[in-house]
Design a protein around this ligand. Structure first.
Ligand code: AMP
Ligand code: GLY
Length: 428
């Protein structure tokens, strides 16, 4: 089978790394890929936003399966365009169409969906320019912290949380009136604050059946001890101790089953991953958000723990045959530490040469913001490398990660030194 993975991040590198191990995979391509993905696949210089270019590529390279990594092409209907093409009726596609991707594309639609199908989530009200005064009154009726969410896609920056009522009202103005995220913040959800520990749960579904993939914990803030600005993710761990059998049973019964049932009953075009962001609040799961793709950096710890041939699973999903699939999970712990450009998540410079003291053997280095320039590997984004370590326990996995970190350098490299430490304190 010839396979094309759409995207250029650590998530796509990890997916490609696993797909390349499958005997079913003949040729593997990434569009556009990055400075490291050339080791497992052929990079194609194509912009995923250009749907016609993707279609032309699928035809030219005789692609049998397309796996779409990031949310933007999904929300913008790449899958619909691929499936609608008269010459691509046999193509297998992993990723929801627009009708499914709206679960990530609109937090209001997702919230209504959760309410309709009885999925536990924070209570919320929606406001826009026409009723912004009611928004202020609603905020006054709540206790802090105040959670405000832009309805649409905002590159992971659309959630604003503050303890100050004054600031919450200002945030509401910034989002709605000053169009902080353009049309994406024309509507805003004001939401009840959930208190607890977060968990990322991943489901692969064909629209009616599902398998639950290994869970993970993501470290979103830039600073140690979960301080500072939100980022795309600074590290991840899988498995997560508190996600024990009892808790995961609750997740399956209260969240996964009604979600997949809702997808089916709404007639959504949905084959692909559902990433469920959860809060464990006093032992009960509450959904914070749905994403219609895998998480990044969670993929870099989830995928290495999957024993199955990934192409088998993706093929089963794309052909509606997941009912017969069983997931097999590696018993070890996976941890990943993200190396980022100095200044990230605010402004940072690109083009710094990345050097390795010696070849990295103890971890798998997944590339994100890297590119090859005249044979040299240079930085090309905020999140640059994900170093994934495996171990018989978390201590072993994480110490492999940090030993490998010492072998990598570039000017202004930054990373968090405490990935997994909170879980170790809890006994993991
Ligand atoms: P999201 O972009 O929806 O993942 O939200 C970003 C982060 O904001 C989440 O990972 C949570 O840490 C936090 N968050 C979102 N909604 C809530 C909520 N209702 N209560 C507490 N924290 C939240
Ligand atoms: N790690 C969070 C995300 O992928 O959205």
């Amino acid at each position: 089978m010839n396979i094309l993975v759409i995207g250029s991040g650590g998530r796509e590198h990890a997916l490609a790394w696993k797909i390349a191990q499958s005997p079913k995979c003949d040729k593997l391509y990434l569009a556009p890929g990055n400075g490291g993905t050339g080791e497992v696949a052929t990079n194609l210089d194509i912009n995923p936003k250009d749907h016609q270019a993707v279609i032309d590529t699928v035809l030219e390279y005789q692609i049998d399966m397309v796996v779409v990594g990031p949310e933007d092409p999904l929300v913008n209907g790449l899958v619909d365009d691929l499936k609608a093409h008269s010459k691509l009726t046999e193509l297998l596609v992993v990723g929801p169409g627009k009708s499914g991707a709206i679960l990530e594309g609109s937090k209001q639609v997702a919230k209504d969906f959760m309410k309709k199908y009885g999925v536990p989530t924070a209570a919320a009200e929606v406001f826009d320019e026409s009723n912004i005064n009611e928004g202020y009154t609603f905020l006054e009726s709540l206790r802090p912290p105040y959670v405000l969410k832009a309805d649409g896609l905002a590159a992971g920056k659309g959630v604003l949380i503050t303890d100050s009522l004054q600031e919450a009202k200002q945030n509401l103005d910034d989002l709605i009136l000053h169009k902080k995220f353009g049309d994406a913040s024309a509507r805003v959800l004001i939401e009840e604050f959930l208190k607890g520990i977060e968990l990322s749960v991943f489901v692969l579904t064909d629209g009616k059946d599902y398998v639950i993939l290994p869970e993970a914990k993501d470290y979103k803030r830039i600073g140690e001890g979960d301080t500072g600005l939100n980022t795309g993710g600074m590290g991840a761990v899988s498995p997560v101790l508190f996600a024990d059998k009892d808790f995961m049973k609750k997740v399956e019964e209260k969240v996964v089953i009604p979600t997949v049932k809702g997808i089916e009953q709404e007639g959504m075009d949905y084959c692909g991953f559902v990433f469920i962001g959860l809060m464990n609040q006093s032992g009960e799961p509450y959904v914070i958000e749905y994403n219609v793709r895998m998480g990044d950096p969670e993929t870099e710890v989830v995928i290495p723990r999957i024993k199955n041939d990934l192409v088998d699973l993706l093929e089963a999903a794309a052909t509606g045959n997941l009912a017969n699939s069983r997931l097999e999970v590696e018993p070890y712990t996976a941890t990943t530490v993200i190396l980022v450009s100095g200044g990230y998540p605010e402004s940072y410079e690109k083009g710094k040469e990345i050097t390795f003291k010696k070849p990295i053997k103890s971890v798998v280095p997944f590339h994100a913001g890297t590119k090859l320039e005249d044979g040299k590997l240079v930085t090309n984004g905020g999140r640059v490398l994900a170093l994934t370590g495996l171990g018989k326990n978390m201590g072993e996995a994480i110490s492999r990660c940090y030993k490998a970190v010492d072998l990598v350098s570039w000017e202004d490299m930054n990373y968090r030194k405490d990935i997994g430490f909170d879980l170790q304190k809890l006994g993991q």
